[in-house]
Write a protein that binds this ligand. Sequence first.
Ligand SMILES: [Zn+2]
Length: 141
Amino acid sequence: MAKHNHIENYLPQDIKYKTIFKKLKKYALDHLFIETKVGEKYQDVSDIEFNIIRLKKRDDEEKMLFYFLHELGHVRVCLRRDYETKFNNMICALDTRRYNTNAYRIGRLQEEILAWDEAFELAKELRLKIDYERMECEKNK
Ligand SMILES: [Zn+2]
């Protein structure tokens, strides 16, 4: 991949975030077999069926890291052994009428919370030097 920006033009925090980004990308590939793609038109999404995470490109690179961690959190939640029993309302193949049930909505909410929990967990595992308080704020948005 060609880089048009020269590294010496980056601010120290940019280099820091790029390093962390690379670390997460490597973690995704090596541990979860997930490829990561970034695009301006993407929504943040993890697609476990196709082993891919798509991230919306943001100017705020630290914020991107929070959402990268969150999507990785989703993947880790999905890979848990109890996922199917706990979130049996979430399985894609189910009747779409389920989407209107409270069970589905609650399940989604629980999964969101768990994905953030995993995100924090992973950030700590990897000893990432990010602003955890800011990530907490982002989680609560
Ligand atoms: Zn989410």
